[in-house]
Design a protein around this ligand. Structure first.
Ligand SMILES: [Zn+2]
Ligand SMILES: [Zn+2]
Length: 258
């Protein structure tokens, strides 16, 4: 689970399943091969993970969990893509892209790449100026994004990091954990020194009266604790997500690795 504050101030997160923020980008060759070889989607790694701010339409690409590039949407749209606005005509990389929501929807019906509908959008990236061009398969015009200097533009806008969540897990516990929000008559977890500390019981299910998660964009921390509450070692967890059930109950779930 990760969070990132967009330059416009909007807090972006990929913890909702599915979400409209994350976009999976595959190299065109990767995709064509996957379709030809009937590759199962779970074995197909995206080439890039980009995040799209729904508010200001800035786009971010990441490298090893850090922002690598920031792009903004130009007002100009073009009808046909023949050359880049910098003049380049041949040196492009070609991609297909699915939003996390589309991926979720499609992979519930099909589990191999050739069972998925044609990519809803294509993307060309100019290797000379880093502009990229995005064409929705349904759309008629092509959107142009240009790179903005992330280090220069972004630091001026830095905001405070917000609360951190710390999860304390009984030593020896392995398997699924659920934190169920909005449970009246159960304990309320207060923020202390910008931290929320969740102490997971041996059952793996923690009911709290807090209405909803309040994550900042500081990485979560997970620890195994002994019977006196001392933190022994860091715990490894996977699939940390926040889900709203059909009845509106919000659950935070993760799996503790043994
Ligand atoms: Zn934004
Ligand atoms: Zn260019």
């Amino acid at each position: 689970m990760a969070h990132f504050r967009c330059n416009c101030g909007e807090l972006l997160g990929n913890s909702a399943v599915p979400n409209d923020v994350e976009i999976c980008v595959f190299k065109n060759e990767t995709w064509i091969n996957a379709v030809k070889n009937h590759t199962e989607m779970i074995f197909l790694d995206e080439d890039y993970d980009i995040w799209n701010c729904p508010l200001c339409r800035r786009v971010y690409s990441f490298k090893t969990n850090k922002v690598d590039k920031m792009f903004s949407l130009a007002e100009a749209r073009i009808d046909h893509f023949t050359s880049c606005l910098c003049g380049e005509r041949t040196n492009f990389a070609h991609y297909v892209a699915y939003t996390d929501r589309e991926m979720d929807q499609y992979t519930s019906d099909a589990d191999t790449a050739n069972g998925l509908p044609n990519a809803p959008r294509e993307l060309w990236s100019c290797n000379i100026c880093n502009r990229f061009f995005l064409k929705e398969t349904q759309g008629t015009s092509i959107q142009v994004y240009h790179e903005i200097d992330f280090n220069q533009d972004y630091e001026a806008m830095m905001v405070d990091a917000g609360p951190q969540c710390i999860y304390l897990i009984p030593d020896g516990f392995a398997g699924p954990v659920e934190i169920i929000y909005g449970q009246e008559s159960h304990q309320y977890i207060k923020m202390v020194d910008d931290q929320y500390v969740f102490e997971i019981p041996v059952t793996g299910v923690l009911k709290i009266s807090n209405k909803e998660p309040d994550n900042g964009y500081v990485e979560n921390e997970y620890y195994f604790i002994d019977c006196n509450g001392n933190r022994i070692t860091r715990a490894e967890v996977s699939n940390h997500i926040i889900q709203e059930e059909g009845n509106g109950t919000i659950k935070e779930k993760f799996t503790v690795m043994s």
